[in-house]
Design a protein. Structure first.
Lengths: 274, 266
């Protein structure tokens, strides 16, 4: 039988110091990642179906444009050039509709229950953002494997692969937080669909995933430079192909983007459960 | 003794509608208090304020002495909450659903397995623990949600329409678990319902709520005795408001929405 309620936690838990807060965030991120792994282990086909789209980008778009040689990709073959771009794109696509799942969880009462756990809301949001990045990570494994099969020459030193995992997870966490922030603003599943589709196109084509930024019209270059996806692609290209970049800047931009995204999402997400 | 819940002039409006209108309410530690009223009476809004989901416009609400507005995390630590919808995650097993809340309530790792097992066992779900929740019946999901809410050993259990959309046998099962829990753990229970007969059987005290106000508060026996010898709680409600809860026409919408949830999960 169940034991009696805990000895009184009749002390306030609302004034947590920086150490306790950090532990909270780490614990919640871990918890939601475990949850995502459990869900994936029950539904493995999901992973494969989600990997189809990026693989088709590599196969159809990548292999076709390799023939044209119209896009200058420097010293690397075009397929090699876009493979990290497609990898980054898959993190965008897997996360940008995450808000729909959050709205579904709101309708099912699950979100309200998560919000009534003794955790700062921002830790719940951060946890859910990184849960989305678990899916992106598994998808990234498939994309890298397929790219290698297609003859792309990646540099595969362990530290580089570890870097890829970090960059993919940061990118996916940012886009998931962005999607949750939008969900908190628009509150409706249908609108999230529309907005998600509307922002996916400029985020993807307004980045250096498929062509170098220098070849865009000036105003699109401006979009490319404020686009976190560009920095994700730069970092992935450096790690997998060895093309030069400022890795500290790239990862710094992604970390700041995640922090800003999680902060914005935590401010508006409570609107979903009111 | 500090009241389990203390609301003072609690008020919340949505546009022109005053959903909760200057409510004063005190819940004693260890009692089962039923908040009764038709759909739109302000029950769920009151619960959303108490669970820190919704800020009040005016007045105050405290759980075991902690103001919900200023100590939300402490308040959330003290309560277990089961919302109106069937809110377990169908893509996880029952055990995973409960273990998730053990983690979210910081149950120490060494106790997590045992406490999860105990919570599942106390709700009669041991045999089904490793099945996906999408295969559960509505009554099983409700009991699983109780197990989720109990894993943190809350001092106050808040249940929003716990039997809505369930068949009579499942309803009976849910009420039995709730009373058994209170008897063995001494926790305080706040439920909302519009089933007068169930409230009559289970609650130590009931508060009748209508148009955002509490019109009567007392044990079911006291309230009925105030009306007449063979009066029911429905008669009490009719005396205060001139109509029965059923005539309010609420309820059905809730049932439909909960059924839809059940359908989606199954």
């Amino acid at each position: 039988m169940l034991s009696a309620p805990d000895a009184p936690p009749i002390v306030s838990a609302d004034r947590a110091g920086p150490v306790a807060t950090t532990r909270w965030f780490a614990s919640r991120i871990w918890t939601f990642c475990v949850l995502e792994f459990q869900k994936l282990s029950h539904d493995r086909t999901e992973l494969l179906t989600r990997a189809i789209q990026p693989v088709l980008w590599l196969l159809i778009f990548g292999m076709t444009f390799s023939q044209f040689r119209v896009i200058p990709s420097g010293s690397v073959p075009y397929l090699d050039f876009i493979a990290p771009g497609i990898l980054a794109q898959s993190t965008l696509f897997v996360s940008v509709f995450y808000g729909i799942q959050v709205i579904w969880e709101r309708d099912a009462g699950i979100l309200a229950k998560l919000m009534v756990t003794p955790t700062p809301r921002s830790a719940v949001v951060a946890g859910k953002s990184f849960a989305a990045s678990i899916r992106a990570f598994v998808q990234a494994v498939v994309v890298v494997a397929v790219a290698l099969l297609l003859g792309v020459t990646f540099q595969l030193a362990p530290w580089r692969l570890l870097g890829v995992v970090v960059v993919v997870m940061l990118g996916a966490a940012f886009f998931a937080a962005l999607s949750m922030a939008l969900a908190g603003l628009v509150l409706k599943r249908e609108r999230i669909m529309g907005i998600g589709q509307a922002i996916t196109m400029p985020l993807f084509f307004g980045s250096n995933a498929l062509y170098p930024i220098e070849f865009m019209p000036v105003w699109v270059q401006w979009l490319g430079r404020i686009n976190p996806l560009t920095y994700e692609v730069n970092a992935l290209r450096f790690l997998l192909l060895g093309t030069p970049t400022n890795l500290v800047l790239d990862i710094g931009v992604l970390v700041v983007a995640v922090i800003v995204g999680v902060t914005c999402a935590s401010l508006v997400m409570p609107r979903l459960v009111r | 003794m500090t009241p389990a819940v203390e609301c003072r002039s609690l008020t919340k409006s949505f546009g022109d509608l005053t959903a909760v209108d200057s409510v004063d309410l005190e819940i004693r530690p260890g009692e089962i208090l039923g908040l009764l009223g038709p759909n739109g009476a302000g029950k769920t809004t009151t619960i959303r304020i108490l669970t820190t989901l919704l800020p009040a416009d005016a007045g105050s609400a405290a759980v075991f002495g902690f103001e919900v507005a200023t100590h939300p995390i402490t308040v959330r630590r003290l309560i277990g909450y089961v919302p109106q919808q069937l809110s377990a995650d169908g893509s996880l097993s029952g055990r995973e659903n409960v273990a998730l809340f053990a983690r979210l309530f910081d149950v120490p790792r060494r106790h997590r397995g045992r406490r999860t097992d105990e919570a599942l066992e106390s709700m009669g779900l041991t045999a089904a623990a490793d099945r996906l929740v999408s295969t559960y019946s509505g009554g099983m999901i409700r009991r699983l949600e109780l197990a989720q809410a109990l894993i943190s050993q809350p001092r106050l259990l808040i249940l929003d329409e716990p039997t809505i959309g369930l068949d009579p046998v499942a309803r009976q099962g849910v009420w039995e678990r709730i009373t058994e829990l209170r008897d063995t753990t001494g926790m305080t229970v706040l439920i909302t319902t519009h089933y007068m007969d169930e409230a009559n059987d289970v609650c130590d005290r009931v508060a009748l709520m209508h148009h955002g106000r509490i019109s009567a508060l007392g044990s079911p026996g006291e309230l009925r005795a105030g009306v007449g010898q063979h009066a029911t709680l429905d008669d009490v409600f009719r005396l205060h408001h001139g109509e029965t809860i059923e005539q309010q026409g609420g309820g059905l919408r809730d049932v439909v929405s909960t059924r839809r949830t059940a359908h989606r999960l199954g």
